[in-house]
Write a protein that binds this ligand. Structure first.
Ligand code: IPD
Ligand code: CA
Ligand code: CA
Length: 280
């Protein structure tokens, strides 16, 4: 028989483990670690990514043997359905920043039950900023409860977008987002999807676009943003598939609605190209 889940305990454990893992990552700055590439020369992984993933897996499996883990580095389970409790884990989101800057990276954990978000944590390790929520109980930055997002206008909006998506590229027609950039207050690019999504949840950014993210990149951020009253969809306004790679457009609700209406839908109506991550 499956045991009743004590979500308060899960939450407390996850918070404690994340801070413990953060301390170990900071301690690694004074040691040397090896850096390897994965799918391409810019897709980096270090010993610390792998060690951190194993750190969580050991603890989760010991305390919650029935829970499954989808971790980026592949030490968890092969997750092909959303049944039961699943931890979506990115041990270091922003590995390129970790390697080059030793800052601007985060640990990201989203915990879902039967496909429904239950708890989320994004920990910006070097700033010691932990964004966290349990579904329905509001969003916190460390111990401070944050206000829900309020409607905004384009003239006061900040959008996180990588310059790749408004210059020549093979995933999205640059004419989709480039006109929007002239209407908004500014753009940012931090190099960590988790931090960018946590910032949207906290109202530090009003939107974030990416054309290729995996479940461990967005699972926690999606729940944090929804908890703050924001919206998370694919770029073409469809529900996000938690088991696959997705295009992502997240934002303050008013901003998301207006960008879809005034920029993305008209681009799609003109047959500007938009290729999903599963499209070669
Ligand atoms: C990456 C970062 C980056 C995003 C990439 C991700 P990683 O994650 O979130 O900002 O643009 O698509 O893969 O590899 O550093 O965990
Ligand atoms: Ca990542
Ligand atoms: Ca990672």
């Amino acid at each position: 028989m499956t045991q009743q889940t004590n979500w308060d305990t899960v939450y407390t454990d996850a918070r404690g483990w994340i801070r413990e893992a953060g301390k170990e990552i900071i301690a690694s700055f004074t040691t040397s670690f090896s850096i390897n590439t994965k799918s391409n020369p810019n897709d980096l992984v270090t010993d610390i990514d792998k060690q951190t993933e194993k750190f969580f897996i050991e603890r989760i499996k010991k305390s919650y043997p029935e829970h499954r883990i989808m971790g980026e580095e592949g030490f968890g389970d092969k997750v092909e359905d959303l049944n039961g409790i699943i931890w979506f884990l990115d041990p270091i989101d922003g590995t390129m920043n970790f390697v080059h800057q030793q800052t601007n990276f985060a640990i990201s954990i989203g915990i879902y039950e039967d496909g429904v978000g239950k708890a989320a944590f994004i920990y910006d390790v070097t700033k010691d900023e932990l964004y966290h929520c349990s579904k329905g109980n509001g969003l916190y930055l460390n111990d401070v409860k944050l206000d829900p997002l309020k409607p905004i206008t384009f003239s006061e909006a900040l959008l996180a977008i990588n310059a790749t998506w408004v210059t020549e590229n093979h995933r999205i027609d640059p004419r989709t987002f480039s006109p929007l950039l002239k209407k908004i207050r500014g753009t940012r690019s931090y190099g960590s999807a988790a931090i960018e999504m946590a910032y949207v949840a906290a109202g530090r950014l009003d939107g974030y676009v990416s054309l290729r993210l995996a479940p461990w990149d967005f699972a926690a951020g999606k729940l944090l943003i929804e908890e703050a009253g924001g919206v998370c969809t694919t770029v073409d306004n469809k529900p996000i598939d938690l088991l696959g790679k997705n295009t992502i457009f997240v934002g303050n609700k008013s901003f998301h609605t207006q960008v879809q209406k005034q920029y993305i839908q008209p681009a799609l109506d003109q047959n500007f190209y938009l290729r999903t991550p599963s499209t070669k």
